[in-house]
Design a protein around this ligand. Structure first.
Ligand SMILES: Cc1cc2nc3c(=O)[nH]c(=O)nc-3n(C[C@H](O)[C@H](O)[C@H](O)COP(=O)(O)OP(=O)(O)OC[C@H]3O[C@@H](n4cnc5c(N)ncnc54)[C@H](O)[C@@H]3O)c2cc1C
Length: 483
C-alpha cells in the first residue's frame, strides 16, 4: 500500500482506536475527542504532505518489495545522498509542526529501519527473532503505520540497590507467563508520547540499563497494536484547551499527548517478540543496531527547525517592542543564533562523517549527534528563558480573541498598539510567544526537551565512557616525557 493520506490515518484511528483513557473515561473515538483532535489533524497534515504536488516527491521513495511509493523515513540509507534525502524529508515534517511535535512518525520509523537492517543481532538471541523484526518493519512501512513507544519503568525507587528488585517485582513491566501463542506481560511503563498511534513498540532504554543479574522476564523487545486487549493508556490532561488558534496557536494544533502505559496480562504473539530473556542483549540493542544514531538524526534535524522557530519569534518580539537598541537584547539574540548555528554545524558534521556500519547502513556520526542532543537539553530551557526576558509583561498583556469583540475592544485596540504593530497583531504574536514559553503546552515542551531522550546526568556518563580519550592522554604523556 502506498504512503498514507491524512484521511487514511484518521480512518484507521476510528476503526481501531487505541485504548486511551482521559478524565476517568475510555475514549471511544480519539478523532472526536476534545483535546486530541488538534494533534490528530496535524498528524493528518503530515501524511497529506506525502501526496503534496510540490514536496510529495521529497517525502517518499519506491518500496523495494511492492514498488509503491512509501514514506521516506523508512529508507535504509546506504549512501551519504540517502542521508541527505532523509534529512530533507524530516525537515519538511518538522517545519509543519515548528519542531513542537517531537514524535512525528519519522522518529520511530528510522529506529525500526535500523533494527530490521541489523536483523542478525536479534537472530543471535533466537533465530526466529530476525524474521520477526524484519517482517514487522516491512508491515509498518507498507501500511505506513504510526508507532508510539515506551522504554522506561515507573519511578518507584531509582536507588541502585532497589533497581533490580523494584524493577522486577511489582510495578515494572515483566513477563508473567509463556504460552504457545506468545508471552504474557503485566506491569507499567512510564510514558508513551503520541498514543494517538496504531502500534506501540516496547524495548529497553539506553539510559536505563537493566541491572546485572536482572531476571530474563524483565528483558524483552516487542511491538503490539495499541488496541490490544489489556493494554491501557492513561493520558495526562490535554494542553489543547479547545480554544481558537489565535488564543492557543501551538496547543490547539500540536498536542501530541503523553500517556502512562498499563499492561494487564497482555498477550504478545511470538511473531511480535524481537528479544527475550537476555538482559545483556537488551542493554546492547541500541548500541549494536545503531538505532540511536538514526533517531538522533531525526531529533537534531527537528532541533534545528525548533531553533529557527524560536529565532524568528524572538526577532518579531524585538521588532514589535522596539528593543533593537538594547545591548543585552543583542546578546540574547546572539545566543539563539549560536544555538542554531552550533546545532546545524553538528548535524552537518554528523552527516558528512557518516559511515557504513557492520549492517551496511549509512550511520550519521555518533559523537556529533550526542553532543548536539546533550547541548539542546540546556539550550532549549535557556531559549524559553530568553523569550521570558524579551517579552516580560507583554507575555501577560494577552486579551483573548473574544476580547477583541467585547466591551473593552476599543480600549484594547488603543492601548495595546505599539509603534510598530496594531493591537491585534501584537497580541497574536505574544500569544504565540506565551504558548511557546509560558503556557502548559510551552512548559511541557521544556520538560520534554530536558528528559525525552534520557536525563542529562545519565547521558554524560554514556558520553564520557564511550569517548576515546586515550590518544590525547598519550600525546600529553609523550609531552611530559619530552626532554
Ligand atoms: C514530556 C516527556 C515525554 C516522554 N516521552 C517518552 C516516550 O514517548 N517514551 C519513553 O519511553 N519515555 C518517554 N519519556 C520518559 C523519559 O525517557 C524519562 O523521563 C527519562 O529517561 C528520565 O527517566 P525518569 O523520568 O524515570 O527519571 P529518573 O531516571 O528517575 O531520574 C530523575 C532524576 O534523578 C536523577 N537520577 C535518578 N537515578 C539516577 C541514576 N541512577 N543515575 C543518574 N541520575 C539519576 C536523574 O538525573 C534525574 O534528574 C518522556 C519524558 C517526558 C518528560
Amino acid at each position: 500500500m502506498p504512503a498514507r493520506t491524512g484521511a487514511q490515518y484518521i480512518q484507521r484511528l476510528r476503526e481501531r482506536p487505541p485504548n486511551l483513557y482521559m478524565s476517568g473515561k475510555k475514549v471511544k473515538d480519539p478523532t472526536e475527542q476534545p483535546g486530541l483532535q488538534g494533534g490528530i489533524n496535524t498528524m493528518a497534515r503530515l501524511y497529506d504532505l506525502q501526496h503534496d504536488p510540490k514536496v510529495g516527491k521529497e517525502m517518499t521513495y519506491q518500496s523495494p518489495t511492492t514498488g509503491d511509493q512509501v514514506g521516506l523515513s523508512f529508507l535504509t540509507p546506504r549512501t551519504h545522498e540517502d542521508l541527505d534525502l532523509r534529512h530533507r524529508m524530516m525537515h519538511n515534517w518538522a517545519r509543519i509542526t515548528c519542531g513542537m511535535m517531537g514524535r512525528t512518525p519519522d522518529f520511530l520509523n528510522v529506529s525500526l529501519m535500523s533494527m530490521a537492517a541489523a536483523g542478525d543481532y536479534f537472530g543471535e538471541n533466537r533465530p526466529e527473532f530476525k524474521k520477526n523484526i524484519q517482517d514487522y518493519y516491512e508491515m509498518v512501512r507498507e501500511q505506513d503505520l504510526v508507532l508510539t513507544h515506551t522504554l522506561v519503568n515507573m519511578q518507584r525507587s531509582r536507588s541502585g540497590a532497589a533497581t533490580a528488585l523494584d524493577d522486577s517485582l511489582d510495578v515494572a513491566l515483566s513477563v508473567v507467563k509463556e504460552t504457545d501463542e506468545g508471552i504474557v506481560v503485566s506491569g507499567a511503563r512510564v510514558l508513551a508520547t503520541l498514543p494517538i498511534a496504531d502500534e506501540i513498540a516496547v524495548y529497553p532504554a539506553r539510559s536505563h540499563r537493566l541491572p546485572t543479574g536482572a531476571p530474563g522476564r524483565t528483558s524483552f523487545a516487542f511491538a503490539i497494536p495499541c488496541d490490544t486487549p489489556g493494554l491501557k493508556f492513561q493520558c495526562r490532561e490535554a494542553f489543547d484547551l479547545q480554544r481558537s488558534s489565535f488564543d492557543h496557536p501551538l496547543g490547539s494544533r500540536f498536542e501530541e499527548m503523553d500517556a502512562l502505559a498499563f499492561f494487564d496480562n497482555v498477550l504478545v504473539p511470538w511473531e511480535r517478540v524481537f528479544l527475550y530473556g537476555d538482559p545483556d542483549m537488551c542493554n546492547s540493542m541500541s548500541l549494536r543496531t545503531h538505532q540511536y544514531l538514526h533517531s538522533g538524526h531525526q531529533v537534531v534535524t527537528k532541533n534545528v527547525v525548533k531553533c529557527e522557530f524560536v529565532l524568528g519569534l524572538a526577532n518579531l518580539m524585538v521588532k514589535t517592542l522596539g528593543l533593537d537598541d538594547a545591548p543585552h537584547v543583542h546578546g540574547m539574540m546572539a545566543e539563539i543564533i549560536e544555538n542554531l548555528e552550533i546545532t546545524k554545524a553538528l548535524l552537518r558534521a554528523a552527516e558528512v562523517d557518516a559511515e557504513l556500519d557492520e549492517w551496511g547502513v549509512m550511520c550519521p556520526g555518533d559523537m556529533q549527534l550526542m553532543v548536539a542532543r546533550q547541548m539542546f537539553i540546556r539550550m532549549y530551557p535557556r531559549m524559553g528563558e530568553i523569550l521570558h526576558l524579551l517579552g516580560s509583561s507583554s507575555l501577560m498583556a494577552l486579551p483573548t480573541e473574544d476580547d477583541f469583540g467585547g466591551e473593552l475592544a476599543d480600549d484594547i485596540s488603543r492601548y495595546l498598539e505599539t509603534d510598530y504593530m496594531s493591537a491585534r497583531d501584537r497580541v497574536k504574536l505574544f500569544r504565540l510567544a506565551w504558548d511557546t514559553c509560558c503556557s502548559a503546552f510551552g512548559s511541557r515542551q521544556i520538560l520534554y526537551e530536558r528528559f525525552f531522550q534520557g536525563d542529562r546526568n545519565r547521558n554524560v556518563v554514556l558520553m564520557n565512557t564511550r569517548y576515546d580519550k586515550e590518544p590525547m592522554s598519550q600525546w600529553v604523556q609523550d609531552f611530559l616525557e619530552r626532554e
